[in-house]
Design a binder for this molecule. Structure first.
Ligand code: MV4
Length: 501
C-alpha cells in the first residue's frame, strides 16, 4: 500500500480534466503536461502545476514517455494516470513508469501486453469457458492450410491483425477466390501500422451488436463487473453514441457476459479498470473479441447507471487497496446515453472541421453531464482527435434519456466549426434507434449526408415561414398589437434555426 499524494495526468482535453476533478475530490495534487498547441487549454489551468513538454505533434509531446517521467521526478509526483489513447496501452511505458519508482494508474505491463495481442488474448481466455468466434488459434503461416480452415468455418470470413485495433488490418473475405488478395492487404496493413504482420482468421459475423463489459480488478485478485455498454452506433470503427444498459440482452445474458468478462480479466491477472468487448449475433449468441486495458472514452454512461466513480476506483486500486465494492452491491439504476461531439461535418462525409469556437454554450439541467476540454474562443487544433466534448444524459429509463438528449442537443450552441450534434439528434429521433433494433451497420444502413441537409433546410424553411408570417401580421395589424405574445413564440424557433443555419 502506497498512498498517492500527487498525480500527473499524461493526457489532454476532456479526459485530463475528468481525471483531475476526481483527484481534487480526493485531495490529491495534480500536474498537467501540455504541448505548445495546448498552452491555453482548460486542463492546463485546472491543474495545480503544469509543464510544457514539447511541440504540438503528439510524437514530440504527449507520446514522450521519457519527458513525462522526468517531470514526475522533478515535481515529486507519485503516480501517472495515462487517460485513453497516447501512452495508455503502451506496456513499455507502464514498465518504465514502474522502474522509475512511480505508480502507473492502470494494469500491469504484462496484462497490457497480453491483451494488446488479440491472439495472446484469445489464448489466455481459452483457459476458461468463454465463447469465441470460430477461427484459427494461431497466426497464419501456411496459406493452403488457412484456406482449408476458412472452408471449414464457412465464408464470409474475416482476416484480423493480431496487433490490430480499431478495425485496422481487418479484411472481409467473401469467397475463396478473394482470399489471397485480401490476405496480402491485411498482412501489409498490419506490418505498416503495427510493425507486426501476424494475422488470423475468424468467421465473419455480418450484423453484430457491439456490447462491452466494464470491469474493475484490484491487486489482491478481486474482480467485479459494472454491467455493459452498448456501442453499436459507430462509423468506420469510431464510436459516436454509446449507452448503458443495452436493451438487447436479457438479465440472464447480462449475468453470463459479466461472468465471462471477469474470467477474461482473471486470465491475465488483471487489475485496474478494463473493458471486455463482445459481439452479439442476430441469434443472441455472444462472443469475446478483445480487452481494452484502459479507461474508455464512454466510461461516463457506466458511472451514471452504477453511481461509481471509475477514476476514484482506479486510484484506490493503484494504491494497492482492496476493492470495497462487491458484485452484490452493484445494480443498474436508470439509463444513460453518451453522444460524442466531434468537430466533423456529418453532412459532408464526416470531414474533420478545424476552426475557432465562436459560440460555445453548453446544455445543463437535471440529468445532463458535459465532459469537455474546450471553451469559448479556443481553436480546435489539427494535431489531435477532433472530439470537442461528450454529452451524457441520464434518465429513469431509455426513453427519458433519449428525450433529455434531444433537449440537450437543442440547447448546445456551437458555432465556428461544424459538429456531429445534428447527426446525433438524427439518430436519437430515428425509429430504428428508438426501437433498439440496430447493429454496427446502423450508420451505413440508415444514414446519408443528404438527410441532415434536409433537416437544416427544413428548419430554414420553418424560420422563413415564421418571419414571413410575422411580417404579414405586422403589416396587417400595425406596430402596437401584441408584439409581446409573438416574441414569446419566436425565440425557440429562431435560436434553433439560426444555429443550424
Ligand atoms: C468482428 C466482426 C464480425 N465478426 N469479428 C471491429 C473492430 C474490432 N474491435 C473488432 N471488430 C469486429 N470484429 C468477427 N469475427 C465485426 C467487427 C466490427 C465491429 C465490432 C465492434 C464495433 C463496431 C464494429 C464495426 C464493424 C465491424
Amino acid at each position: 500500500m502506497r498512498s498517492i499524494k500527487k498525480i500527473l495526468v499524461a493526457n489532454r482535453g476532456e479526459i485530463a480534466l475528468r481525471i483531475m476533478r476526481t483527484a481534487r475530490e480526493m485531495n490529491i495534487a495534480t500536474v498537467a503536461v501540455f504541448s505548445e498547441a495546448d498552452r491555453k487549454s482548460p486542463h492546463v489551468r485546472y491543474a495545480d502545476e503544469a509543464v510544457c513538454i514539447g511541440p504540438a505533434p503528439s510524437s514530440e509531446s504527449y507520446l514522450r514517455g521519457d519527458k513525462i517521467i522526468q517531470v514526475c521526478k522533478d515535481l515529486n509526483v507519485d503516480a501517472i494516470h495515462p487517460g485513453y489513447g497516447f501512452l495508455s496501452e503502451n506496456a513499455g511505458f507502464a514498465k518504465m513508469v514502474q522502474e522509475a519508482g512511480l505508480i502507473f494508474i492502470g494494469p500491469s505491463p504484462e496484462a497490457i501486453e497480453i491483451m494488446g495481442s488479440k491472439l495472446a488474448a484469445k489464448q489466455a481466455a481459452g483457459q476458461y469457458n468463454i465463447p469465441m468466434v470460430p477461427g484459427t488459434e494461431t497466426a497464419i503461416t501456411d496459406r493452403t492450410e488457412a484456406k482449408t480452415r476458412a472452408r471449414e468455418i464457412g465464408y464470409p470470413i474475416l482476416i484480423k491483425a493480431s496487433a490490430g485495433g480499431g478495425g485496422k488490418g481487418m479484411r472481409v473475405v467473401n469467397n475463396e477466390a478473394d482470399f489471397d488478395e485480401q490476405m496480402d492487404r491485411a498482412v501489409s496493413e498490419a506490418q505498416t501500422s503495427f510493425g507486426d504482420g501476424s494475422v488470423f482468421i475468424e468467421k465473419y459475423i455480418t450484423s453484430p451488436k457491439h456490447i462491452e463489459i466494464q470491469v474493475l480488478g484490484d491487486q489482491h485478485g478481486n474482480i467485479i463487473h459494472l454491467f455493459e455498454r452498448e456501442c453499436s452506433i459507430q462509423r468506420r470503427h469510431q464510436k459516436v453514441i454509446e449507452e448503458a444498459p443495452s436493451i438487447s440482452i436479457s438479465n440472464e445474458v447480462r449475468v453470463e457476459m459479466g461472468r465471462c468478462a471477469i474470467d477474461v480479466a482473471r486470465s491475465c491477472g488483471y487489475y485496474g479498470a478494463g473493458t471486455v468487448e463482445f459481439i452479439l449475433d442476430e441469434q443472441g449468441n455472444f462472443y469475446f473479441l478483445e480487452m481494452n486495458t484502459r479507461l474508455q472514452v464512454e466510461h461516463p454512461v457506466t458511472e451514471q447507471i452504477t453511481g461509481v466513480d471509475l477514476v476514484k476506483q482506479m486510484i484506490f486500486i493503484a494504491e494497492g487497496k482492496p476493492l470495497t465494492l462487491k458484485q452484490t452491491d452493484l445494480s443498474i439504476k436508470g439509463h444513460a446515453i453518451e453522444v460524442r461531439v466531434y468537430a466533423e461535418d456529418a453532412a459532408n462525409h464526416f470531414l474533420p472541421d478545424v476552426g475557432t469556437l465562436h459560440t460555445y454554450v453548453k446544455p445543463a439541467g437535471n440529468g445532463v453531464r458535459v465532459d469537455d476540454g474546450f471553451e469559448l474562443g479556443m481553436d480546435i487544433p489539427i494535431y489531435y482527435d477532433p472530439m470537442i466534448a461528450k454529452l451524457i444524459t441520464y434518465g429513469a429509463d431509455r426513453n427519458e434519456a433519449i428525450q433529455k438528449m434531444i433537449r440537450a442537443i437543442d440547447e448546445y450552441q456551437i458555432s465556428g466549426v461544424q459538429t456531429t450534434l445534428p447527426f446525433c439528434k438524427f439518430v436519437m429521433k430515428h425509429p430504428v434507434f428508438v426501437s433498439g433494433n440496430f447493429d454496427t451497420n446502423f450508420v451505413s444502413n440508415h444514414f446519408q449526408p443528404g438527410m441532415l441537409v434536409g433537416e437544416i433546410r427544413e428548419d430554414a424553411s420553418k424560420l422563413a415561414a415564421i418571419i414571413t408570417a410575422q411580417l404579414m401580421q405586422k403589416a396587417d395589424s400595425g406596430a402596437e398589437k401584441s408584439a409581446g405574445l409573438e416574441n414569446k413564440k419566436a425565440p425557440g424557433w429562431k435560436r434553433r434555426s439560426l444555429r443550424n443555419l
